[in-house]
Design a protein around this ligand. Structure first.
Ligand code: ACM
Length: 514
């Protein structure tokens, strides 16, 4: 009982500290504010605690989000959490006027927890916040005997940016379906909403295309280092799209063109200007391959690929790549985009591309993904921009000189580098209104196993997630590092192999409330 009391007090003090912190103020010593990303507004109801018990019920106006919450809580509490009005309610009514599609209000009293939102996406985000208000044991895959308390709070919350993304390169090293699902689950924890799936490159073609079957069977057969590769069947692709959708995540497939296409050029000789198939490539160089811009076969191929991918992709976006086309002349690059972009439009997709492509189009709806560290680049003016500066957002950069995995062409990126910048002022001539959001790409030249993926994602992904979600008024490295440190015990329970950056005061497993 005493331990439970102390736990409740600790959580209340932690949340009070989170609520009272002004930007740049030091966190309250000894107690860790817990929410990442920081909510737009949080008030503590002092002395108020909700306790989850075997008789707690869940009601949801959206069956999908209700099931998600019930399954999560059943797994660790062992409670039945039946449908009913006594306990947790997820309501598609009564949300604040400015909650938008993704915002929510969360009220925790002694007797009930209520999340209100305009859309299921808002309920889902409220559920992710509720998850973080529960003890870390909630993340256990087995039943635990914990004190399932939730501190009394009123939170009103909504995202700063519409687009909060992460990218996984499944080409350089292929990742099976379950690993992609884990990646998506970890995005959802931090309210990210776009999964950029980098599906094709020089080293492999990772998705089945029925009209060009050798792309997958030949082009997908290898990976970096020469080992066996792999590809997703259409059924698996659809399975991942549905899995992401159930977590408020839209899939953005990338078919990188006209460069980064050696795997396709090795699969079909007719895609090459000289009619000769390339050799499969298992190194890590870039910028040496190109589709044949002057050939009609190229555009028949692009049409088939875009059509088949678009059919399986409910989201409105198609990522056309367009980066590092060093083997394509500027005239051919323009000619290629002049033909390829209308094919995306024909199949109802809005183009996203690495920002080089944006100079080829006047279409104001085309979205550049900016991947340079140069803050003075004006090439993206007139478009909404997704920011992925490598010195802040690339998850494949080494943390420091001693990091075994990763690359360093964009510099070393420790947690503070990931967190301590402002997307709204990053490009000197592009105002915040033109920033669509942020994305953290994970390239996998050196990243092979699930442990490797986790080590590069955590703890940097939550930093990018907070930049995408939280109002900049909450931005504070001193606050963030303490809140982030309190997530270590959660990741331990989830079995996540994270980098224990010296910049972060990691909580011991039992300090943060378990
Ligand atoms: C990139 O890193 N080549 C977009």
């Amino acid at each position: 009982m005493r331990a439970r009391y102390l736990f409740v007090v600790a959580i209340l003090l932690a949340v009070t500290a989170a609520a009272s912190q002004a930007p740049n103020s030091a966190p309250t010593r000894g107690f860790t504010p817990v929410l990442v990303p920081a909510p737009a507004s949080l008030q503590v109801r002092s002395g108020v605690t909700f306790m989850l018990t075997p008789s707690t019920q869940i009601h949801s106006d959206d069956a999908g989000v209700g099931d998600f919450l019930a399954q999560l809580l059943r797994r660790s509490t062992g409670y039945p959490l039946e449908e009913g009005e006594h306990g947790i309610s997820l309501l598609l009514s009564g949300a604040p006027a400015d909650a938008g599609d993704e915002g929510y209000r969360l009220d925790v009293s002694d007797t009930e927890i209520v999340v209100r939102a305009n859309k299921p996406a808002g309920l889902f985000n409220g559920v992710q916040t509720l998850r973080q208000l529960l003890p870390p044991d909630v993340e256990s895959k087995e039943v635990r005997d914990a004190s399932w308390t939730v501190p009394g709070v009123t939170i009103t919350d909504r995202p700063r940016f519409e687009h909060r993304g992460a990218m996984l390169d499944v080409v350089r090293h292929f990742q099976p379906v379950n690993v992609v699902k884990d990646f998506i689950d970890r995005m959802a924890l931090y309210k990210l909403n776009y999964f950029h799936w980098h599906l094709t490159n020089d080293q492999g073609w990772r998705v089945e295309i029925e009209s060009w079957p050798k792309l997958a069977t030949v082009g997908g057969s290898k990976q970096v280092g020469g080992d066996r590769g792999g590809y997703y069947t259409k059924a698996q692709y659809r399975e991942i799209v549905a899995y992401a959708a159930a977590r408020n995540i839209t899939v953005v497939p990338e078919i990188d063109m006209p460069g980064h296409t050696n795997a396709a050029l090795a699969s079909y000789p007719e895609l090459n200007c000289n009619g000769q198939a390339k050799q499969l490539y298992t190194g890590v160089d870039v910028g040496f391959s190109s589709l044949c811009a002057g050939s009609e076969t190229t555009y028949a191929f692009v049409d088939d690929v875009v059509r088949e991918i678009a059919e399986m992709t409910p989201g409105p976006y198609f990522h056309i790549g367009g980066d590092e086309a060093n083997a394509t002349s500027p005239a051919d690059y323009q000619a290629f985009m002049d033909r390829a972009l209308p094919i995306l439009a024909k199949y109802g997709k809005t183009p996203i591309g690495w920002h080089e492509f944006i100079r080829t189009t006047e279409d104001p709806s085309a979205i550049p993904q900016y991947w340079s560290a140069d803050r003075g680049d004006d090439s993206v003016l007139g478009h909404e921009v997704i920011l992925s500066p490598p010195n802040h957002a690339y998850l494949d950069m080494k943390y420091n000189r001693g990091t075994e995995l990763g690359l360093n062409w964009g510099g070393y990126v420790d947690v503070r580098d990931s967190y301590d910048w402002n997307p709204g002022t990053f490009l000197v001539n592009v105002g915040e209104v033109s920033i669509r959001g942020v994305e953290a790409p994970l390239w996998t030249e050196t990243v092979v196993t699930p442990d490797d993926i986790e080590y590069m994602m955590f703890p940097r992904l939550p930093a990018i997630a907070e930049l995408g979600w939280s109002p900049f008024a909450t931005h504070s490295w001193d606050s963030f590092r303490v809140r982030l440190g309190s997530h270590g015990p959660r990741w331990e329970i989830m079995g996540i192999n994270f980098y224990r950056s010296k910049q972060i005061p990691w909580s011991g497993r039992h300090q943060a409330g378990s």
